[in-house]
Design a protein around this ligand. Structure first.
Ligand SMILES: [Zn+2]
Length: 559
């Protein structure tokens, strides 16, 4: 029987098919769709390919590794009568019937040369190849069955990777379900309607992790999407592209492709210029609404409201206090009421309170339209953000009632910090950010006067040729900034504002840099938030302390 053709895709360093794998650091890998217990079919195929094309380093299996049929075949592998011809890594169960095969949630050897990766995690090969895996299917209901993952799993996986220094992306992402919307802006996904089928949590995971290759299965078909971009053109620095490949089931009668061969050099060993080289057929990111699409009204459907609801939580539950004024009494309703028709983000958002991406443990107060959260990697332990609950890009877009609550939070924070001998400085950067974050940074009164702060901003702006306009107290940013236009402003404790209309290339950390500079806090090494990251436990401790201190001031807790 003639073998269906399996082409080796050369790695980015080896352009000729003949020289694929010749550059030394290249890993030659195979990825496979649902095996469904057809181990003999799979492994004899792998043997044939290796005979023809040379040895591969590893085989990655996504989808259902085990079938529901009797497992006589498996016994032979398990007992060592038969052996996999290649180091094989598999994902866990997608249904109740096969949970029994995966005893150890952290992964284990299932048979010689066959390893279960585990429920979720990162596997780094000796070559430095980084593989992130998430087993099972999506579940939004607690308790999560043994064959599913929850928003929490996706969240913790992302947080884990994001906390690694200078995270750029991962080499390979393995999931069983397809990501929802993956067909957007891409070539046709055939019979699979990616607007209906697949997991939105996987889309959010892929957006956050930026894998170079993402493999999935379960739909019994082969789909290789055109590579997509991970950066916004003209706004962000170029990043590597992602290739999404869905594979069919092993030995399917239609001979749809179930085995995919590729060569890859671990990204950590690659030259940046090489890594970010854009393939000629690269498309827009399917999970992100492009600016152009937004203007013609087409957008990625928002996640189901039900799934969004469960991320609302009531801080009062922990504090043992009732909140009646806002109608969010956790005792009478597990899903507190939320204002109808909250503006929805086009894709995953780290700041929409209803989205699974929000780092809930940093939230310190929740009002009706806004909430307060500790800044991640803050300039100080009490550096907080005022954020709208719904998705608004900037203060210019806020409705009057939301603005009113923002003002209420500002005034309350000023009183709170004043009681601690501090003044607070606010700034907003409506540039390369999608969800409004009003930064509130308290500075000890003894440290410097308001004029010193103002001078520091003006001086450093001049040095960087940033034009700052002085805006009198009580004037509205809305009157100055055009909707959609990028800007930065800082608000001093006197209510006075310094405003800059951003044309291009605004230093993202400007506000922080000034406040961290010698003239003010004198902690220049803290000007980049990524240098200030602490563990989740430490963040939890800081948030608890802030909530406790802020409680006597927090108007959202008033009866
Ligand atoms: Zn948002």
């Amino acid at each position: 029987m003639a073998l269906p053709k399996t082409e080796i895709i050369p790695c980015d360093n080896c352009y000729e098919r003949e020289s694929a794998g010749s550059c030394g650091s290249t890993r030659n890998c195979l990825a496979c769709g649902d095996v469904e217990g057809k181990f003999d079919v799979l492994f004899s195929r792998v043997r044939a390919i290796q005979k023809k094309s040379g040895n591969f380093d590893l085989l990655l299996c996504v989808g259902n590794f085990f079938g529901s049929t009797p497992d006589a075949e498996w016994e032979e592998y398990k007992t060592g009568i038969k052996k996999a011809p290649i180091q094989t890594y598999v994902l866990g169960a997608n249904n109740q019937e096969t949970v029994k095969y995966f005893q150890d949630v952290d992964g284990c050897e299932l048979a010689e040369n066959i390893t279960y990766l585990g429920r979720k995690g990162v596997f780094t090969g000796s070559s430095g190849l980084q593989i992130v895996y998430l087993s099972g299917t999506e579940s939004l209901n607690e308790p999560v069955p043994g064959y599913s993952f929850s928003p929490k799993d996706v969240f913790s996986l992302r947080t884990m990777l994001w906390s690694t220094s200078q995270f750029k992306g991962v080499d390979i992402l393995l999931t069983s379900p397809w990501p929802k919307y993956v067909g957007n802006f891409g070539n046709s996904s055939g019979e699979v309607d990616t607007k209906k089928c697949g997991s939105a949590l996987i889309s959010s995971l892929a957006t956050g992790l930026k894998p170079r290759y993402h493999f999935a299965a379960l739909e019994k078909t082969y789909y290789e999407r055109l590579p997509y971009r991970n950066h916004i053109i003209l706004q962000e620095r170029a990043q590597h592209a992602t290739r999404f490949i869905a594979l069919a089931n092993v030995g399917n009668p239609e001979k749809k492709k179930y085995l995919y061969a590729f060569s890859i050099v671990p990204m950590k060993l690659m030259d940046v210029a090489e890594l970010v080289k854009q393939p000629p057929d690269v498309t827009e990111n399917p999970y992100r609404k492009s600016v152009k699409e937004a203007s013609i009204g087409e957008q990625i459907p928002a996640p189901e409201e039900d799934s969004a609801c469960q991320f609302f939580f009531d801080l009062n539950e922990k504090q043992g206090r009732k909140r009646s004024s806002t109608g969010r009494d956790s005792k009478s309703s597990p899903h507190p009421k939320q204002p109808r028709k909250l503006p929805q983000p086009p894709g995953p958002c780290w700041f929409c309170l209803a989205s699974p991406e929000v780092e809930k443990h940093l939230v310190v107060s929740i009002g009706t339209h806004c909430y307060l959260a500790l800044a991640k990697g803050g300039l100080s332990d009490d550096h907080v953000l005022i954020l709208p609950i719904g998705h608004y890009q900037s203060v210019v877009e806020l409705s009057a009632e939301v603005v009113e609550e923002v003002e209420q939070y500002k005034a309350t924070l000023r009183r709170f910090f004043k009681s601690q001998g501090k003044r607070c400085i606010l700034f907003e950067r409506n540039y390369k950010s999608h969800h409004l974050q009003l930064q509130v940074i308290p500075l000890p009164l003894s440290r410097c006067a308001t004029d010193d702060i103002k001078d520091a901003f003006i001086t450093q702006a001049q040095e960087q040729q940033i034009e700052l306009l002085e805006i009198p107290e009580h004037s509205d940013i809305k009157q100055i900034a055009q909707p959609g236009a990028a800007y930065f402003y800082v608000e001093l404790d006197t209510g006075e504002k310094l405003f800059h209309r951003i044309k291009k290339n605004f230093p993202l950390q400007f506000g922080r840099e000034v406040l961290a500079s010698e003239a003010i806090l004198n902690i220049p090494d803290k000007s980049d938030w990524r240098q200030c990251q602490i563990s989740k436990e430490e963040e939890e401790t800081l948030a608890r302390r802030f909530r406790k201190d802020f409680e006597p001031f927090d108007f959202t807790l008033d009866d």
